[in-house]
Design a protein around this ligand. Sequence first.
Ligand code: SAM
Length: 284
Amino acid sequence: MQNKIYFGDNLPILRSMPDESVDLIYIDPPFNTGKRQTRVQIRTVQSEAGDRTGFSGRRYQTVRLGKKGYADLFDDYLQFLEPRLVEAHRVLSPRGSLYLHLDFREVHYCKVLLDQIFGRASFLNEIIWAYDYGGRTKKKWPPKHDNILLYAKNPDDYTFNVKEIDRIPYMAPGLVGPEKAARGKLPTDTWWHTIVPTNSKEKTGYPTQKPLGILNRIISASSNPGDLVMDFFAGSGTTGASCLELGRRFILIDDNLQALQVMAKRFAANPEIEWIGFNPAEPQ
Ligand SMILES: C[S@@+](CC[C@H](N)C(=O)[O-])C[C@H]1O[C@@H](n2cnc3c(N)ncnc32)[C@H](O)[C@@H]1O
């Protein structure tokens, strides 16, 4: 199968895909899901002074209940994510796994949701991606990490290529001897990695772009050459860029025209991509 990039809402596209057809899924969904976050709740009450006339000529007034509370926002967010995660679980191949990239505000709600969909036993890791960038609050510990949840479809048998993982320097190389120091050590579940550096070649201009180094580590460990990797919140297409580097096939989906335009530029040198719902050659 050719690499594919879809322009559109991911849910109907996911629903059209066959069971157990994807070997690895990485997603980095936006918390800001548009209207769902800013909706103001209203209630209609009977009132002689009301501004609307309803059944039997009664007058009604619309009462604004104010913006949704924090818990309601998460309810909406989970309602948005849940059907997509159910599809992710369905399309994963028997040895496949899912990486869900979140931040410290959302991760706990999503952990509970994924435990329900995959089963608690399928939870393998919460990866902490730590970086050092931007201002630091003086009112609490400055949050400088993202959280990436890893679930396997089958916790007893999944792809994990430990030999393919990039090694990192020991903190005290003098204590381990020159051979080990030269080889470096395996990373743990806490990854120190810079954000995409401004003015770097990697930078696409897409605001939520994730570093290629993070995706390369995930894809090397949790898929094999030739496997099919999917990212259905693709943004600037980092997952696709990593697949091209590492010899994996990919499916990317995004419903934002700007994301498709960025990907068209990023993948301009790769004619082997099938674009669905979008023509990269046409000025948009
Ligand atoms: C946080 S960004 C992903 C960034 C990406 N990881 C990267 O490295 O560039 C989330 C993306 O999800 C897309 N998105 C949001 N809702 C979607 C939906 N229902 N279907 C498809 N894409 C959606 C947004 O347009 C946005 O590009």
